[in-house]
Design a protein around this ligand. Structure first.
Ligand code: AMP
Ligand code: ZN
Length: 460
């Protein structure tokens, strides 16, 4: 079956086929590891995961690289502000490498909890400084740079097509939110490739230009080239990467070898809060840990993401998380009912359902439509192991870990029963603060709490 993906480069949905046989070569811009990932960041990696799973469902193998940025990403995406790693190191009074190790491990644990299928190659920027140095030297040799006393810049006016991804001309480019504009640049869209480190800078390396550190955009071009070659199939990231980071990656690759590195550029839209982007700088973020404290398991957040296509914004509200939680429970219950079922389902009916699901995921990862097929199966009154098998097959894409889901007996320990009694008492006395407090404890223990006429009912 054909696959169609929206390509930011061509600005249309295009049929996807890899350049080489059955292997898809793909690059994803990974996290800057200076703080815990928030669930907005994690939306980006859930998108990456669904893309991987859809490609695998279609019989492709993957060679997929994700970088870990542990140096060079300044406070703005352009060349302004301080290195995020150094800022975090000062905040926490730690070595930047300690910061990077700690938050990288936290990130890897988070993506495990979300059942995200990891890229084949996870590459840290600080372990590829030599690769970046060689890459920069070639761009210099090819005549695309100029240098000031302390920085080697990419000269964007040397390219006819700078701005090809965002559709902006050089003159229209803004160098991000300006923190401290560098007057040494010839064009506002020029960017730093290689920077001389000040005396007190901790992260620096001996290089052809003295003790330096790389500009942020360079790592993705250099590591993409090292592992995937001059041209590969797909490059992914968040939509915030389009106007600066990815534009600059394309510029660097053209300066290096004259080619746009990837054929398909795919970008995930933002998770928002009250309509604004969830971000560290706006201080409106939640982590997986925050969700857990409120009684939501990580897979509920995965389920929440299926309510929207990756190219749309999705607004985070707790009511939607409640709905996702209920939906996930219903899906698991429905799956178990089919697992215990005895009906036989007509081959044609199964094939038709499989086709609808397959068409939806191949239509630019249309998960809301794919989920509607799942619900048709769950709601089917004929309970059958044939449906169970089909759901397991779909779960290769959904990643909801259905095969490991087993009914947990509703055996409630005495201490939790006591909490329910205390809560009923508090409700009788209209002590809402106390009843809310106990509800939160029960939810943090993994129960759903329902209030009925007969009092409170809890279920694991
Ligand atoms: P960073 O660690 O800041 O480099 O971001 C890691 C990834 O998260 C990038 O792909 C960003 O585009 C993405 N991202 C950041 N904020 C959001 C958000 N609110 N919603 C979706 N993706 C985001
Ligand atoms: Zn990148």
């Amino acid at each position: 079956m054909k696959i169609y993906f929206y390509n930011t480069l061509s600005k249309e949905k295009q049929e996807f086929q890899p350049l080489k046989g059955k292997e898809v070569r793909m690059y994803t811009c990974g996290p800057t590891v200076y703080y815990f990932a928030h669930i907005g960041n994690l939306r980006a990696y859930l998108f990456m995961d669904t893309l991987r799973r859809v490609l695998k469902y279609n019989g492709y193998t993957l060679k997929h690289v994700m970088n870990i940025t542990d140096v060079g990403h300044l406070v703005s995406d352009a060349d302004e502000g301080e290195d995020k790693m150094l800022k975090a190191a000062r905040r926490e009074n730690k070595d930047p490498y300690e910061i990077a190790n700690f938050y990288m491990n936290a990130f890897l644990k988070d993506i495990d909890k979300l059942n995200i299928d990891k890229p084949e190659i996870i590459a840290r920027a600080t372990e590829h400084i030599d690769v970046m140095e060689q890459y920069v030297k070639k761009i210099i040799e090819n005549g695309y740079t100029y240098q000031t006393e302390d920085t080697i810049y990419f000269d964007t006016s040397k390219l006819k097509n700078y701005g090809i991804l965002s559709g902006k001309k050089v003159e229209e480019q803004k160098a991000g939110a300006r923190v401290d504009f560098d007057n040494n640049k010839k064009n506002i869209s020029d960017f730093a490739l290689w920077i001389k480190a000040p005396e007190n800078h901790i992260m620096k390396w001996d290089t052809f230009f003295g003790k330096c550190y790389p500009g942020w955009h360079l790592e993705c071009s250099a590591m993409g080239y090292k592992y995937l070659g001059e041209e590969f199939d797909i490059h992914t990231g968040g939509i915030d990467h389009i106007p600066i980071h990815h534009e600059n990656e394309i510029a660097q690759a053209q300066g290096f070898c004259g080619k746009i590195p990837a054929r398909f550029w795919m970008h995930v839209n933002f998770l928002t809060v009250n309509g604004g982007k969830m971000s560290k700088s706006l201080n409106n973020l939640y982590t997986l840990e925050d969700l857990k404290e409120k009684g939501y398991e990580p897979l509920t957040y995965r389920m929440f993401n299926f309510t929207s296509n990756y190219r749309n914004k999705i607004n985070f509200i707790w009511e939607a998380m409640d709905a996702a939680k209920t939906a996930l429970n219903r899906l698991r219950e429905g799956y178990l009912k089919h697992a215990e079922g005895t009906a036989t389902i007509d081959e044609k009916e199964l094939e038709e359902l499989e086709n609808r699901f397959h068409e939806a995921i191949n239509d630019d990862l249309n998960m809301p439509v794919a989920m509607s097929v799942v619900w048709d199966i769950i709601k089917n009154p004929n309970k059958s192991k044939d449906f169970q098998k089909l759901l397991l097959k779909f779960d290769e894409v959904l990643g909801l870990d259905l095969k490991n889901y087993q009914k947990v007996e509703n055996d409630i320990p005495e201490e939790d029963k006591k909490l329910v009694e205390e809560r009923n008492e508090a409700r009788k006395n209209k002590n809402w603060v106390e009843s809310d407090r106990i509800r939160d404890i029960l939810m943090s223990k993994g129960y759903t709490v329902k209030d009925g006429k007969e009092g409170t009912i809890i279920e694991k």
